[in-house]
Write a protein that binds this ligand. Structure first.
Ligand SMILES: NC(=O)c1ccc[n+]([C@@H]2O[C@H](COP(=O)([O-])OP(=O)(O)OC[C@H]3O[C@@H](n4cnc5c(N)ncnc54)[C@H](O)[C@@H]3O)[C@@H](O)[C@H]2O)c1
Length: 424
């Protein structure tokens, strides 16, 4: 693709833009914290002239973040951070209505996915906003000529933060990055309630399975796993958790779930959901003992949590049973269903996290970008957390805008909590 062509973005069908605009406006109503930030950014222009390359799930919530940054003065291009998570109508509207070149097509093959990342880097970013660290990895390994321009960046998800910390450790990271994921107002809410709700939404939309009375196996009891298990229980499922960490394991037990190794859970489960950030969590030995009709999906960042090559080898045939649901027939006649090729189920077959929760995650993104532009000169090429005052301010605003009020300490209570000699 020629660069001149790439500057206009690359979307499935620009004719979808009207539907995309409606979707973006719908999400905007549920993102009041981000809207406050956008309005202030429009006045203060904290990102004036800043070239930003963003690699995020191209959803209506992301569109609102892009608009807030643009209104703050940023010159942005956006590409997809996953081949299956793009909302094509939103991508079309960002290009046509908001003048934000967007390179994203739902279902794009790997070559197109990487060509879109390359296109985003052609923007010669001074700032990167990544989700999963694919853009930054390409920048630091294949476009090292661009690295001297980059002042700072942010990272949205757990898996990206893990990759960045490894890069910082061995000296590969060349500029400061804020781990937005690690903000309290991000992972406590987005990973838990956002992933929890939208993952089950994805399973239901893809299969229409009845979860009440089903055995749902959740692999990983981190932030995403807790939310997924909690919501599956709420829908009446008998939830089994698999873990490798004893503390998370005991937490799952005390939250009322059975905990067992996957090889045992594989025999029992009707629906399997991986959310570990690890690889081959469901693999050959597990497929071999699954019941016929088992549904398998992933809501962790990469499509490596389920060993799909093993499933392909074990199967004698494969067909599409429903949109984005592949039916694998094993040699012994059992059928195993894989949703969305093992890619993020909540984004591939549902709409990703609800806007109301992304309001806080993306408020963190916007405020972190502003903070980095003020402070990058004094920061090292390391991974930083979101400053606590910003994190707490986002929580305060969200609570207030949701119509709730906190109590306040009396002077006597403040004194009591600050002293060591009042305990008796
Ligand atoms: N679907 C989404 O929209 C979405 C949203 C946020 C995060 N994520 C992704 O989800 C994944 C999990 O994120 P998180 O914030 O919950 O991380 P986390 O670190 O809080 O939890 C991961 C858990 O998986 C466990 N684990 C690791 N290997 C395992 C194995 N082999 N078997 C069982 N458990 C294992 C770990 O002990 C840990 O408790 C990451 O890839 C993250 O990027 C997805």
């Amino acid at each position: 693709m020629a660069i001149a062509e790439l500057k206009k973005g690359d979307v499935k069908d620009i004719g979808l833009a009207d539907a995309g605009k409606r979707k973006i406006e719908w999400a905007q109503q549920q993102m009041p914290v981000l809207e406050l930030i956008r309005k202030r950014f429009a006045k203060e222009q904290p990102l004036k002239g800043l070239r930003v390359s963003a690699c995020l799930h191209v959803t209506s919530e992301t569109a609102n973040l892009m608009i807030a940054l643009r209104d703050g003065g940023a010159d942005i291009v956006l590409c997809a951070s996953n081949p299956l998570s793009t909302q094509d109508e939103v991508a079309a509207s960002l290009n046509r209505d908001y003048n934000i070149p967007t390179y994203a097509i739902k279902g794009e093959d790997n070559d197109t996915y990487y060509s879109h990342l390359r296109a985003a880097l052609e923007h010669k970013p001074q700032f990167t906003m990544d989700d999963g660290c694919d853009l930054v990895t390409m920048l630091l390994t294949k476009r090292t000529d661009l690295v001297p321009n980059v002042l700072a960046g942010t990272e949205e998800t757990t898996t990206g933060v893990i990759r960045l910390r490894a890069m910082a450790k061995d000296g590969t990271l060349k500029y400061p990055v804020i781990a937005v994921n690690d903000a309290m107002t991000k992972h406590f809410f987005d990973n838990r309630y956002g992933t929890g709700q939208s993952t089950l939404d994805g399973v239901i939309r893809a299969t229409n399975v009845l979860l009440a009375g089903s055995k749902v196996v959740v692999a990983g009891y981190g932030w995403c796993g807790r939310g997924t298990a909690m919501r599956a229980k709420g829908l009446g499922a008998d939830v089994i958790v698999t873990e490798i960490d004893p503390v998370k394991g005991i937490e799952a037990v005390m939250d009322g779930f059975r905990v067992m190794p996957m090889v045992q859970a594989a025999k029992e489960g009707d629906v399997f959901i991986t959310v570990t950030g690890n690889k081959n969590v469901i693999r050959r030995e597990h497929f071999e003992v699954m019941k016929s009709g088992a549904i398998v999906c992933n809501s962790g960042h990469f499509n490596v949590e389920i060993e799909i090559p093993a499933l392909e080898q074990l199967a004698k045939s494969k067909r599409e049973a429903r949109p984005l649901v592949d039916e694998y027939t094993m040699k012994d006649g059992r059928k195993i269903y894989l949703i969305a090729e093992g890619r993020l189920v909540n984004l591939a077959t549902a709409e990703g996290h609800p806007a109301a929760v992304m309001d806080m995650s993306f408020a963190n993104q916007a405020l972190s970008a502003e903070y980095l532009m003020k402070n990058y000169k004094s920061l090292k090429p390391q991974v930083y957390v979101v400053p606590e005052n910003l994190d707490r301010e986002i929580a305060r605003l969200k609570l207030e805008l949701m119509g709730h009020k906190l109590d306040v300490l009396t002077a006597e209570q403040e004194h009591y909590l600050a002293s060591w000699n009042e305990g008796t």
